[in-house]
Design a protein around this ligand. Structure first.
Ligand SMILES: *Cc1c(COP(=O)(O)O)cnc(C)c1O
Length: 386
């Protein structure tokens, strides 16, 4: 087992060794480690829903009525009425005929592509797509090719040279990218659809709850609900719960519940989780101020960092400051930690080598004065480093 020691040593030397730390408590945008409270700029609780009283109450009520577990997979006896209600709600929310709940976003992606994309097909996948999509590509029997990130010309030239050799073609992209915080050129992708005859699958993990009039995501914001064939998203980010969904035409959903292995061979999500997911969507309908406030704060924070001359990218609640070297990124993260800000360094393999970054995720729970203080601390760190 030499390779294990070797691996661990190399990771340590490169400042890349990951480890876990126990959170002692959390709430209101803050997190406590070893008795010390930090403002949490690393969580995906974008809308501050993780301790919303209405959602917590819904989860508790579901436990009282249904107990702790679903007790079986969906196709055995675990398909509770709650799951069906949630699926109806999601289908409406996403303006699709039908929806299917999966146990996590990871499971949704690895269950979706291998079921739909078969031998003789080809998948065009954005280079920065999430690891769960990459694993799904490997599991699928279809051929795949990765196009340059958000590069419509590159996508079109690949379609031009490859599309004709295959039966079905699929274009897969995130809408809001998890590590870069930017948004895919969905309109341009849709515009290529007819000419090259492909289907579109999008992952709205970071867009759901935030973009669009009702918070349904980028697909809604762009008015493309009918043009995107399959929409996948999670309950685990802005909705602050757990699980995921796939929405699309009825025939896709019927097919998936028969053929998607990660759906079939896993126990259904617990009633409390499903009830929380349902309640979170109700809160989205009621509390529009959260997503509007979040986007305002995010724009403000990004603008201020840009004004400092920092290499800041994205156009969402995810604000990455690209620093480059691992060592420096880790050092900056430590310095902010000393000031009471929890922002984890993101390094390879999560992002390409040489593009290590501090990835700030903004939450509705972050007060304005905290953002201003953090900007001030960042300014000091960046200036001292020159
Ligand atoms: C987080 C994420 C997933 C995985 O979702 P989980 O519910 O956490 O398993 C999938 N796709 C993208 C783009 C994500 O950011």
């Amino acid at each position: 087992m030499d390779f294990i020691d070797k691996f661990l040593n190399t990771q340590k030397e490169n400042d890349c060794l990951r480890s876990l730390r126990a959170v002692e408590s959390r709430g209101d945008g803050k997190v406590v480690y070893d008795g010390i409270e930090y403002w949490d700029f690393s969580s995906n609780d974008y809308l501050g829903l993780s301790q919303h009283p209405y959602i917590c109450m819904a989860a508790k009520k579901a436990i009282d009525k249904w107990g702790t577990g679903a007790t079986a997979s969906r196709l055995l006896s675990g398909s509770l009425k709650l799951h069906h209600m949630l699926e109806d709600k999601i289908a409406k929310f996403k303006s699709k005929e039908s929806a299917l709940v999966f146990n996590s976003g990871y499971q949704a992606n690895v269950g979706l592509l291998p079921a739909l994309c078969k031998k003789g097909d080809i998948i065009f996948s954005d280079k920065l797509n999430h690891a769960s999509i990459i694993d799904a590509l490997k599991l699928s029997e279809a051929d795949f090719v990765r196009f340059k990130h958000n590069d419509i010309q590159n996508l079109e030239s690949l379609l031009l040279s490859k599309r004709d050799k295959y039966k079905n073609a699929w274009v897969v992209t995130e809408t809001v990218f998890s590590m870069d915080g930017d948004v895919c050129p969905l309109k341009e992708i849709v515009a290529l659809k007819e000419k090259y005859n492909f289907k579109i699958i999008v992952d709205e993990a970071h867009a759901t709850g935030i973009f669009g009039v009702t918070g349904a995501g980028v697909v809604e914001r762009e008015g493309l609900c009918d043009d995107v064939d399959i929409v996948m998203g999670t309950f685990s980010k802005a909705l602050a719960s757990f699980g995921a969904y796939v929405a699309g035409d009825k025939k896709y959903i019927e097919y998936l519940l028969n053929c998607s292995r990660s759906f079939i061979f896993s126990t259904a999500l617990a009633p409390s989780v499903i009830a929380a997911n349902f309640a979170a969507i109700e809160v989205l309908e009621q509390e529009r101020c959260r997503r509007i406030g979040l986007l305002k704060k995010s724009d403000y924070f990004r603008c201020c960092l840009k004004e400092l001359g920092l290499n800041v990218i994205g156009e969402s609640q995810i604000v990455p400051w690209i620093i480059g070297e691992n060592k420096k990124t880790v050092k900056f993260s430590e310095k902010l930690k000393q000031k009471g800000y929890w922002v984890m360094p993101v390094r390879e393999p999560t992002v390409p080598k040489g593009q290590s970054r501090l990835r700030f995720t903004i939450s509705y729970d972050h007060p304005q004065e905290i953002l201003d203080d953090l900007i001030y601390e960042i300014k000091k760190i960046a200036t001292n480093d020159q």
